[in-house]
Design a protein around this ligand. Structure first.
Ligand SMILES: [Zn+2]
Length: 343
């Protein structure tokens, strides 16, 4: 078997623009935008999720070839449906509610012992993606820091953790909106969350991301979504270097005349993530300011106060109406760095 691909894992909390970063990173030569692999078996495969190429994931040209390789190599089942069912069941044992315990000594070791067949099969999954697509780097935007940590500890994969954060007021606004889930068949609405639940996830996920990953200096880097929006080409070029891809061509071409990067839907296979990934023909990266006008003032202040330690740590303005100061344009992400101004 060829060498396993590097996994660039976009971690943190939800609604941070991770699917957009995932898909744009997938435009780098030799990179593949896989989507949220932590939900692959349950939703993309088990619930017949839609692939941007137009087929359901189990019937997609790329994913069906990937799935055939995984079924061949795993002891989790004899066909796609039984492997998906076993993997979904195993996945239930480490949801976000287990996250606080993950940082306790000994917990992850005990958990790893029970998760080994799951992790072995996930390793097969990433290897198969590399074999089918020829990609040397796979982008996974599953967010959960503990899932990536288990993969690192138990699957023997080279995981590069990109800690992606976004202003908590923008995150809170996004979670509060009701949005159609077009990635699944039928009339479904995406989960929405109130201010308190959004903040609990924001705090726990981001603090856990640092506790679990920041000490692995070579495998951790910090990115604010706002800085990515301000300089997508520079950010992704830096990400390529962070992922160990030193090739000169590992960079994005300049955007097209409309300011976006063209996507060929038929060749786009981001299996799970924000439903915006479906039907996109162009990736236009611009600041989303809807939250500034759409978020009630009391919610904005409540999000600010509850998340104040991270608002400060990540360099966001204390006043919700304040502007986000750009990070220093070093032209290179600093592994293990935190925020634009606070180390
Ligand atoms: Zn597809």
């Amino acid at each position: 078997m060829s060498q396993s691909p590097t996994v660039v894992y976009i971690g943190g909390t939800g609604r941070t623009g991770s699917t957009t970063v995932d898909q744009l990173a997938g435009q780098l030569p030799g990179w593949f935008s896989a989507g949220e692999m932590g939900w692959f078996w349950q939703l993309a495969v088990g619930a017949n999720g839609r692939c941007p190429c137009g087929r359901i994931v189990p019937e997609c040209e790329v994913w069906s070839a990937v799935l055939a390789r995984v079924v061949d190599g795993t002891s989790m089942g004899d066909d796609v449906a039984s492997v998906a069912a076993h993997m979904t069941e195993a996945r239930r044992t480490f949801h976000s509610v287990h996250l606080p315990a993950m940082v306790l000594p000994g917990f992850s070791r005990r958990r790893l012992g029970r998760m080994q067949s799951y992790l072995d099969t996930q390793r097969l999954l990433y290897d198969a993606i590399g074999e089918v697509t020829g990609a040397r780097v796979i982008v996974d935007s599953a967010k959960e820091p503990h899932y990536a940590f288990l993969l690192r500890q138990g699957a023997g994969l080279d995981i590069r953790f990109v800690h992606l954060v976004r202003d908590p007021r923008a995150v809170g606004y996004s979670w509060g909106r009701r949005k159609q889930e077009t990635g699944l068949e039928g009339d479904r609405v995406m989960e929405s969350r109130g201010v308190l639940r959004t903040s609990a996830y924001y705090l726990v996920s981001n603090i856990a991301a640092e506790l679990l990953w920041r000490r692995h200096r070579r495998q951790y880097c910090f990115v604010r979504y706002e800085d990515f929006v301000a300089d997508p080409v520079g950010t992704l070029t830096s990400l390529a270097r962070f992922a160990g891809d030193e090739r000169d061509e590992a960079t994005l071409p300049p955007p097209e005349s409309d300011g976006g990067w063209g996507l060929n839907p038929a060749a786009t296979h981001t299996a799970w993530g924000n439903p915006d990934r479906i039907g996109r023909t162009s990736l236009r990266i611009r600041e989303d300011t809807a939250w500034r006008g759409g978020l009630p003032a009391w919610k904005a202040w409540l999000l600010t106060i509850i998340n104040l330690p991270l608002v400060w740590r990540y360099g966001y303005p204390m006043r919700p109406s304040g502007r986000v100061a750009p990070a220093a344009r070093s032209g290179r992400l600093r592994a293990s760095s935190i925020g634009p101004s606070r180390q």
